[in-house]
Design a protein around this ligand. Structure first.
Ligand code: SF4
Length: 459
């Protein structure tokens, strides 16, 4: 996997080189957002559902240790083996050990952003274990040797012609075939063979119910079920924030999740896993990996309510036009930009600035996370810690001084207008990233202040 050394703006510039792709990416995600809106408007109780979900998650976050212990006890009583992982390394080691104990060298895996966060595929590959992603979008990016660019639509950045080329190369489909129906049939045949020959399957967890010790996995393709039901050993990876207290709460979240994610009324498969079938082993790994640190950050703990619907990405004007890979993190978009600095402030210091703070993410979030407020708060944390980009820090200081003095403000305005008129190359040059995708405005002859004085000041 490529080591990323560029920041969001530089990576977004790469994505923006292909204007046709950017326009189509933008329009496709906006179309998903509109599908979500149509669904939402059909439910008069939508805001009540959001309120309820947010309140339930508040309760979970306030009593997390109790619910985790309750879940562990009930899951164990159901015959599930529960493991605890403090961080990504421990998560990967536990799974490696389980696979070794069963002499497994190939595993099928359904979508799990947590395993992306932990770098599980790469870790197991280095230890001689092959992982086959069974979600179609994930399989496509896996074949392309790329990370997912969206938590719900992992290959949304890829054109169907590119997928056709990949399938021709790896799955033997005819050259130049890019018909989605044909490609999906080819993937189906390819994955079917994998499902019936693997001994181990890993799934993610959408919701875990403390009251019953069961967990729920939502997919549209049934791939989690195919993997888990055919395997001798089923391992589920779960972030510790995925708990809900009681089974009766599940309906609220299921109604919110898919409407927000894809504009469907419900996911095609919402599968409950409670007890291993006869002869099967079922394991669940409960992973912290920075979540308890985030829980302790008062301003940011709400981000742990996230149910990974992706709605904040679909609506975000920056995400839609910069692409998921520009966030250089497993979870991209607005929510990724508040989760990532919690894990590594230095590495992800650019992400809270990759936003217009328009608040659209907060408006669509089904669990009412104050996303844009948290982005703004992260900026303040990063500036206080001296991690904001030097250019931005100096720029803000200069702007602060300019805006606090009418004399300097007027002088700066005059200089700006003069520069744009007589020396535009000082601004319109390839070193100015802002200019690269925009046309500079014609400078006005005079400032508003000057105009006002001239025309109205004496009346
Ligand atoms: S932050 Fe909200 S909108 Fe974004 S993925 Fe999470 S639940 Fe969905």
């Amino acid at each position: 996997m490529e080591v990323i050394t560029k920041d969001h703006a530089e990576l977004a510039e790469n994505f923006n080189r292909d204007e046709e792709r950017v326009n189509w990416h933008d329009e496709t995600l906006w179309w998903v957002r509109q599908k979500r809106d149509k669904m939402v408007h059909q439910l008069p109780e939508w805001e009540q559902l959001r309120e309820a979900a947010s309140a339930i998650k508040n309760n979970v976050l306030g009593n997390l240790h109790n619910y985790l212990q309750q879940f562990e006890a009930n899951a164990q009583a159901n015959g599930i083996t529960v493991h605890w992982a403090a961080d990504a390394a421990e998560h990967n080691q536990i799974i490696h050990r389980l696979l070794n104990e069963h002499q497994v060298t190939r595993m099928v895996k359904s979508k799990s952003m947590l395993t992306e966060e932990c770098g599980l595929n790469e870790y197991l590959h280095e230890h001689g274990i092959e992982v086959i992603d069974s979600d179609l979008g994930e399989r496509i990016v896996q074949l392309a040797k790329e990370p997912p660019s969206h938590i719900v639509l992992p290959c949304i950045h890829k054109k169907k012609e590119e997928i056709g080329e990949l399938f021709h190369q790896y799955l033997g489909t005819p050259l130049d075939v890019s018909d989605p129906q044909v490609l999906t049939e080819a993937a189906r045949g390819h994955l079917r063979e994998i499902f019936i020959t693997r001994k181990a399957a890993l799934t993610g967890v959408n919701f875990a119910i403390a009251e019953t010790g069961e967990f729920v996995v939502c997919t549209n393709e049934g791939n989690a079920d195919m993997g888990a039901h055919l395997a001798d050993i089923h391992i589920a990876s779960m972030g510790i924030e995925k708990l809900i207290p009681e089974k009766k709460h599940l309906g609220i979240f299921l109604r919110l999740l898919t409407r927000s994610a894809t504009g469907q009324p419900i996911t095609t498969y919402s599968s409950h896993f409670k007890t291993p079938r006869m002869g099967q082993q079922m394991h669940i790994v409960l992973v912290d990996n920075g979540r308890t640190v985030q829980l302790g950050r008062e301003d940011f703990r709400n981000s742990l309510k996230c149910i990974r619907c992706g709605a904040c990405m679909n609506t975000c004007p920056v995400y839609r036009r910069s692409g998921g890979h520009s966030y250089h993190n497993a979870v991209a978009g607005p929510i990724g930009s508040i989760l990532a600095p919690n894990l590594d402030m230095e590495k992800y210091k650019d992400l809270p600035f990759a936003s217009t703070l328009c608040g659209s993410c907060t408006n669509v979030c089904p669990v009412k996370i104050d996303i844009h407020d948290q982005l703004y708060k992260w900026r303040q944390v990063l500036v206080k810690k001296g991690l904001a980009p030097t250019g931005k820090t100096i720029g803000m200081k200069v702007m602060g001084a300019t805006l606090s003095s009418p004399t300097i403000y007027r002088l700066a305005g005059k200089m700006g207008r003069w520069t744009l008129k007589y020396a535009p190359f000082a601004v319109n040059n390839s070193f100015n990233p802002w200019y690269k995708h925009r046309d500079m405005p014609e400078p006005p002859e005079q400032s508003f202040g000057e105009w006002y004085k001239q025309n109205r000041g004496s009346k």
